[in-house]
Design a protein around this ligand. Structure first.
Ligand SMILES: Cc1ncc(C[n+]2csc(CCOP(=O)(O)OP(=O)(O)O)c2C)c(N)n1
Length: 466
């Protein structure tokens, strides 16, 4: 069933794009075996409870390949129906051109602007590491999951990925695993015209584990992908990038060409693709055996959630206060800050950064899930949380992930997108700061946080309002 399921991902994606007469078939066709291996064998999820706290996160950073996401969400039972795939890119459908958080069940963040997703993934891995350090106790791995992201050449060309990946390597985020769909093609042609760097050396220099899988010489070799994922999981002190050599538009007459990056294949080429892949089913039809096969992954996840809940029940008995704090944090609960009469009470007129610092300290003391920092300007922005002049809430660093003060480094763009990822993960109230003038570097990530609105706890408790 392995091969038929990989081809189901490919054909569903290509058919939906053809029907919409718009979309990006190249990425789903080339990276289907990567997505299949991950979702079928590794990704921890319960499709009946898609917001289970301890699920693995999967982020399609190359958001233009959205049909990959939608085919997976259909096949792995997240509630998308075949007619949703048939309505790809139609107004009001659950399958918009790029994946949107809060709109389609199972989408962890809004992607499309290249590079944002990988930085969001770094933020989710930060959140996981912090919450694990804070809440896990011997025998109780309450927070214990991976963050996976799939990036293309575009994400790695974007400056934000240098910032975010440098941060991730420096902070030794070992549970972050990135797949690089290395197909040498972007919109204007071969990456040779603009992107020749040695990506492996770049990531090694940033303190990542670098792994390779050659899917051009070994098409659809699930075993090789699975081995790489296992190695990535074993490395706990470094994030991992699995550089997967792939062919854009695999199986089509246009494979390897930028012509299949962002246009439907065309009726004739779609037919030829089906013939090459041995796909004999009616349009928008998936054989029953494929759905039975993918359902096994759903059952595995449901079992893992049951086990997790049983473990959490015991944790609650042994650590009632910690468990209560965990539950409150995951629900995004806040104390009634408006009722804190002294919140905006100051003894004398002060510079705004000083009043801001005073308010921050008061909120930090009342909101234990508050976590954040600055892009190397904390002493000027006064954005560190301190509970006395000498004792702080600690720094988020390797070996002290329970620290609440972050040092983002001079990386404003990634800082804002990492903060989005931290908040999207759940369990935190994330903030970041810099001088107003430098906030221009944050704008793209700030723009994305506006429609996602993960800071709004009512949208979090009813996660998929649309
Ligand atoms: C910030 C940003 N700039 C430009 C684009 C437009 N765009 C969409 S896809 C793409 C090329 C991406 O190439 P790659 O990541 O290699 O994807 P593939 O060709 O493998 O599908 C570009 C430039 C974008 N989505 N985001």
């Amino acid at each position: 069933m392995k091969q038929t399921t990989i081809n189901a991902i490919r054909i569903l994606s290509a058919e939906a794009i053809q029907k919409a007469n718009s979309g990006h078939p190249g990425l789903p066709l080339g990276s289907a075996p990567i997505a299949y291996t991950l979702w079928q064998n590794f990704l921890k999820f319960n499709n009946k409870d898609p917001k289970w706290d301890d699920r693995d996160r999967f982020i399609l950073s190359a958001g233009h390949g959205s049909m990959l996401d939608y085919s997976l969400l259909y096949l792995y039972g997240f509630g998308l129906k075949m007619e949703d795939l048939m309505n790809f890119r139609q107004l009001g459908s659950k399958t918009p051109g790029h994946p949107e958080y809060g709109h389609t069940v199972g989408i962890e963040t809004t992607t499309g602007p290249l590079g944002q997703g990988i930085a969001n993934a770094v933020g989710m891995a930060v959140a996981e590491a912090h919450l694990a350090a804070k809440f896990n106790r011997e025998g109780f791995p309450v927070v214990d999951h991976y963050t996976y992201a799939l990036v293309g050449d575009g994400c790695l060309e974007e400056g934000i990925s240098y910032e975010a990946c440098s941060f991730a390597g420096t902070h030794e985020l070992g549970k972050l695993i990135v797949f690089y769909d290395d197909n040498d093609i972007t919109i204007e042609g071969n990456t040779d015209i603009t992107f020749k760097e040695d990506v492996a050396m770049r990531f090694k220099a940033q303190n990542w584990q670098v792994l390779h899988v050659d899917l051009v010489s070994n098409p659809d070799n699930v075993m090789m992908i699975a081995n790489a994922i296992r190695k990535a999981q074993k490395e706990t002190k470094k994030p991992s990038i699995i550089i997967c050599k792939t062919k854009i538009g695999y199986g089509t007459p246009l494979e390897g060409s930028h012509k299949c990056h962002g246009s439907p294949l065309g009726v004739e080429n779609l037919q030829k693709t089906k013939e090459k892949l041995g796909w004999t089913y009616e349009p928008f039809t998936v054989p029953e055996e494929v759905l039975k096969h993918t359902a096994t992954a759903g059952r595995r996840g449901a079992k893992r959630e049951r086990e997790w809940k049983a473990m959490f029940g015991n944790y609650e008995k042994q650590y009632p206060e910690l468990a209560a704090e965990y539950k409150s944090a995951m629900k995004g609960e806040l104390p009634d800050l408006a009722a804190c009469e002294d919140l905006f009470r100051f003894e004398k007129p002060m510079a705004t950064r000083q009043t801001s610092a005073q308010v921050l300290q008061k909120i930090a003391a009342r909101v234990p899930s508050l976590m954040g920092g600055s892009a190397d300007l904390a002493p000027s922005n006064l954005s560190d949380m301190k509970n006395t002049d000498t004792i702080t809430y600690g720094d988020f660093q390797p070996g002290s992930y329970e620290g609440r003060n972050m040092h983002f480094g001079i990386r404003e763009h990634a800082m804002a997108a990492i903060t989005n990822g931290m908040q999207l993960h759940g369990g935190l109230r994330a903030y970041c700061s810099t001088f107003f003038i430098f906030s221009d570097y944050c704008k793209h990530a700030m723009r994305l946080s506006a429609p996602m609105n993960p800071w709004n706890s009512s949208s979090r408790s009813a996660p998929f309002p649309i």
